[in-house]
Design a protein around this ligand. Structure first.
Ligand code: NAP
Length: 249
């Protein structure tokens, strides 16, 4: 039986390591042509080697997500080569400073918003028409429970605020396209995963106590698939739960 990603074009940001790399590999394994974006050329090339190793296809985009004009050019390049985009996984992210809000310097605060929020908006803007050209455009924005948890912990405010903002962007875009296109938008929460970001957050944790990206990545493919019916929802990858956002009660 052909897989549902055969011949589909999928952009994955943050594909040089961690969850994004796992998702890119899994999409390619299932037949997609993956456009893999990150800054680290070596990480992208290693991914490309692995994908070619099992007969898959990838196009590498070494790029800093803070370069908005490069993201505009990427949309143009995808238009010229494929004329459409089937899947956009906005996965790249940074933790930002873990510190009391009053102690944070402006530069790292703004950098976290630039990568976690602004770049995803800029990509949605650049890719919108291409996603609408697909018969089933799928947007998966990788968020975190930090973006919507009720008990807000201290010291993680920048990361949490960027993820809340990302969720709002995704839900707004979902509302804007649902009645006029086949584009569907999901906020996907991978849950605790053994990556560099996790180690940065909790250096004392036994890495083996949380799942590897290779275990999480296949679960994140569900909202990328043409048959995924939901939009504007939260998808928790580790449980498979699909949840609707609610106003505070
Ligand atoms: P990670 O291992 O640190 O990977 C982050 C990825 O983002 C890397 O590929 C990195 O590539 C890319 N990136 C960062 N800054 C970039 C920039 N300026 N331009 C282009 N690419 C950039 O982190 P991860 O844990 O896999 O995180 C992936 C996503 O999952 C994030 O959105 C994170 O918030 C979310 N998440 C993770 C966990 C967890 O437990 N790990 C839990 C909940 C949510 P380069 O450095 O090569 O550019």
């Amino acid at each position: 039986m052909p897989s549902s990603f055969e011949h589909r074009i999928a952009l994955v940001t943050g594909a040089s390591r961690g969850i994004g790399r796992g998702v890119a590999k899994e999409l390619a394994r299932q037949g997609a042509h993956v456009i893999a974006l990150a800054r680290t050329q070596g990480g992208l090339e290693a991914l490309d080697d692995e994908i070619r190793g099992f007969g898959g296809q990838a196009t590498l985009v070494p790029c800093d997500l803070r370069d908005g004009e490069a993201l505009d050019r990427l949309g143009l390049a995808i238009h010229e080569r494929w004329g459409k985009l089937d899947v956009f996984v906005g996965n790249a992210g940074v933790l930002g400073p873990i510190s009391p809000l009053s102690h944070i310097d402006p530069a790292p605060f703004e950098e976290a918003f630039a990568i976690n929020v602004t770049a995803n908006w800029r990509l949605l803007r650049s890719l919108d028409m291409l996603l609408r050209k697909s018969d089933a455009g799928r947007v998966v924005l990788v968020t975190s429970s930090a973006g919507h948890r009720a008990d807000m912990p201290a010291y993680r405010g920048v990361y949490a605020a960027t993820k809340s903002a990302l969720e709002t962007l995704g839900r707004t875009y979902a509302a804007e396209v649902v009645n006029v296109s086949n584009v569907r938008v999901t906020l996907a929460s991978p849950g605790q995963t053994r990556t560099r970001m996790r180690t940065q957050l909790l250096p004392g944790e036994d890495p083996q106590s949380v799942p590897a990206p290779e275990e999480i990545a296949p679960k994140l493919l569900a909202p990328c698939a043409p048959e995924w019916p939901h939009t504007g929802v939260l998808f928790e990858a580790q449980t498979g739960a699909v949840k609707r956002f609610q106003a505070p009660a």
